[in-house]
Ligand binder design. Structure first.
Ligand code: SAT
Ligand code: MN
Length: 622
């Protein structure tokens, strides 16, 4: 029997671990089920060696040196960017691959129309062939990790194995990785197993390439048995399996079963000039400015924003009946292009050192550069492919999905409560997308169910974070389209049900929808965005406090003419009107599109959301 002959069961396997898989030295003792699983993976993938990660600084340092020696990364100029590195990936391995991401539930309908489904037995058989011998000639690293502060009642643990030291370094930044997490598993926490291989076995004496990967890729989830298998890619969410694969796809299934929410949301703490603080959770699709909003430097005096998380939030009803949230991650895997001292000074400060950049350009003096970092590019660069580049090259110097990987601790705006094991109390939830037309700057939902409708109908113009045509509009409900591990119709029902439970316990958070990306008739952005988004947050908070008025509109409540704080901002009345314009004919067409989208879920679509659509149509009728 090998790993993929059988689904994983919760009970301890009866096979004794192979001695080769056991850690040596001062490594703490490993629970028998973890050791047995590692032995099974090793039997299948045949690594030359096994390394049990302790998560120490020494280990990270040694791996970074190894990666430099292998040519995977280069050290940047330590005087300009202390202890930082640049990785250049293979040209075919630059983003999440949604077409190769699979949800293997027993019943196809449990994956739903938005996921690629594959029969679990057939997929196991296929993966068996794919992973057989895939780690030959390489070291297999075993990484116990915790999502959320270790010991938090909201945290969850997992173990990822990988044959990529680059992935170990990334995971070490993005999660709490090492022996502390292993200890939590030893104490009895249920753990999620994740197998990762770049799919590039090395024959004896064969020279390695800088970025090993395979043209064939798989990112596979077995939601019922909470297992993850990823093959062929070392890039971001394809390979840092704790992130999208676990903390969203598998965790969304756990959340459905256990009555909580695993969401693609940033978390911020906003403090008003009165000194009173509020916590907001906001969902946006990949590469739509979550990191910028998470690190917002408000343009309005007296307001501060502190960071809790920039990508994922786990939300639960706490013992006090309030909605509470944690950031399960420990670092940021942020989009580099567009990040500058003007757009996100906090990110620029965060990246002063100790950062691994991937697929950005490098300068002659050994620092990094990307489009949007400065208004004029340097005269000479080395582009993300490693080729000489000048402004006349006619190509992008940095890949549009180039990234930085950096510890959250290094962020100057990190909130002192970001690791609170009980989570922070959420006052409001925000949904957003990238929409040139139709969607106003901000609307407030009438109530929770209307808020769920706003979340369920988010559409966004596609970015470079995944394969596909950039700019094409697609429905991305709750910004979870690529990340929901089960039927999204059931997911909508879970959100509606969650609201019912919140109503019984305590205060239900307010729900808002925003769009920073609306364009005017001349094709340019109507709203300055970035630091000025604090003006929209101010309105939301005044709504929470009951000090701001709102006007009813077909899409929801909007600020009254003088409701938004526009002091110090140059904004013509005409642009302001355009920002909130609701063209009924265009919105009726959009309602038809929403209906078609809802129809794809068949009888899994909750009646309440169809009712919300009819209510909207009623408000859009002339
Ligand atoms: O590559 S990741 O999935 O981590 C980034 C993203 O798409 O948000
Ligand atoms: Mn994301």
């Amino acid at each position: 029997m090998t790993l993929l002959d059988h689904p994983r069961t919760a009970s301890t396997p009866d096979r004794a671990p192979a001695s080769a898989a056991a850690p040596t030295g001062a490594y703490p003792s490993v629970p028998a089920d973890v050791a047995a699983w590692v032995a099974e993976v090793a039997e299948l993938t045949q690594p030359a060696e096994i390394h049990w990660c302790d998560g120490s600084t020494r280990e990270r340092h040694d791996l970074l040196q190894l990666l430099v020696a292998n040519g995977t990364i280069e050290q940047l100029n330590p005087e300009l960017r202390p202890y930082s590195f640049i990785a250049r990936s293979h040209e075919s391995d630059v983003a999440r691959l949604e077409s190769r991401t699979f949800i293997c539930s027993t019943d196809r309908d449990d994956a739903g129309p938005t996921n690629n489904w594959a029969d679990p037995a057939a997929m196991r058989a296929e993966l068996q062939g794919v992973f057989r011998g895939s780690m030959r000639g390489r070291t297999m690293y075993v990484m116990p990790f915790s999502m959320g502060p270790i010991g938090s009642p909201m945290a969850k643990v997992g173990v990822q194995v990988t044959d990529s030291p680059y992935v170990v370094v990334s995971n070490g930044t993005m999660t709490r990785m090492g022996t502390d997490a292993l200890q939590a598993i030893s104490a009895g926490a249920d753990w999620v197993p994740a197998v990762h291989s770049v799919g590039a076995p090395l024959a004896a004496g064969e020279k390695d390439v800088p970025w090993p990967c395979n043209d064939t890729k798989y990112i596979v989830h077995f939601p019922e048995t909470r297992e993850i298998f990823s093959y062929g890619s070392a890039y971001g969410g394809n390979a840092i399996l704790a992130k999208k694969a676990f903390a969203l796809r598998i965790a969304s299934v756990q959340a459905r079963d256990e009555g909580w929410l695993a969401e693609h949301m940033l978390l911020i703490k906003v403090t008003a000039p009165t000194g009173k603080s509020y916590h907001l959770a906001a969902a946006f699709p990949s590469a739509c400015g979550k990191t910028n909003l998470a690190m917002l430097a408000p343009s309005i005096p007296g307001w501060t924003v502190e960071t809790i998380g920039d990508d994922i939030a786990w939300l639960r009803i706490g013992a006090d009946g309030r909605l509470r949230a944690i950031n399960p991650e420990a670092g940021f895997f942020g989009v580099a292009p567009g990040t500058s001292a003007a757009t996100n000074p906090t990110a620029i400060d965060t990246l002063w050192g100790n950062t691994v950049f991937t697929n950005v350009a490098t300068t002659e003096d050994g620092d990094v550069w990307w489009e949007g970092m400065t208004s004029t590019p340097p005269a000479k660069l080395t582009d993300w492919r490693g080729q000489p580049w000048t402004p006349d090259s006619g190509t992008k110097a940095a890949h549009p999905n180039s990234r930085f990987t950096v510890s959250a601790r290094q962020c100057p705006s990190i909130a002192s409560t970001w690791e609170d094991p009980e989570g922070v109390v959420i006052d409001a939830i925000i949904f957003g997308g990238r929409r040139a037309t139709n969607v106003p700057l901000v609307v407030e939902a009438r109530d929770w169910d209307h808020g769920v409708f706003l979340g369920a109908t988010i559409a966004s113009e596609q970015t470079a974070a995944a394969e596909g045509t950039v700019g094409e509009l697609r429905r991305d409900p709750f910004a979870m389209l690529p990340f929901c591990g089960y039927n999204m119709g059931d997911y909508f029902a879970h959100w509606l049900d969650f609201g019912r439970r919140l109503r019984r316990s305590a205060r239900v958070p307010r729900v808002f929808q925003v769009n920073w990306f609306r364009k005017g008739s001349d094709g340019s952005f109507l709203w300055p965005g970035f630091g000025d988004n604090a003006r929209v947050l101010q309105w939301m908070i005044e709504r929470l406090d009951g000090t701001a008025c709102a006007e009813d509109s077909p899409l929801g409540s909007i600020p009254t003419a003088d409701g938004l704080n526009l002091e110090g901002l140059e904004m013509s009345d005409e642009h302001l009107t355009e920002l909130f314009a609701q063209d009924k004919a265009a919105l009726r067409t959009e309602a038809d599109d929403i209906e078609q989208f809802f129809d794809t879920f068949g009888d899994r679509m909750p009646a309440e959301l169809r009712r919300q659509l009819e209510l909207l149509r009623g408000r859009l009728a002339d």
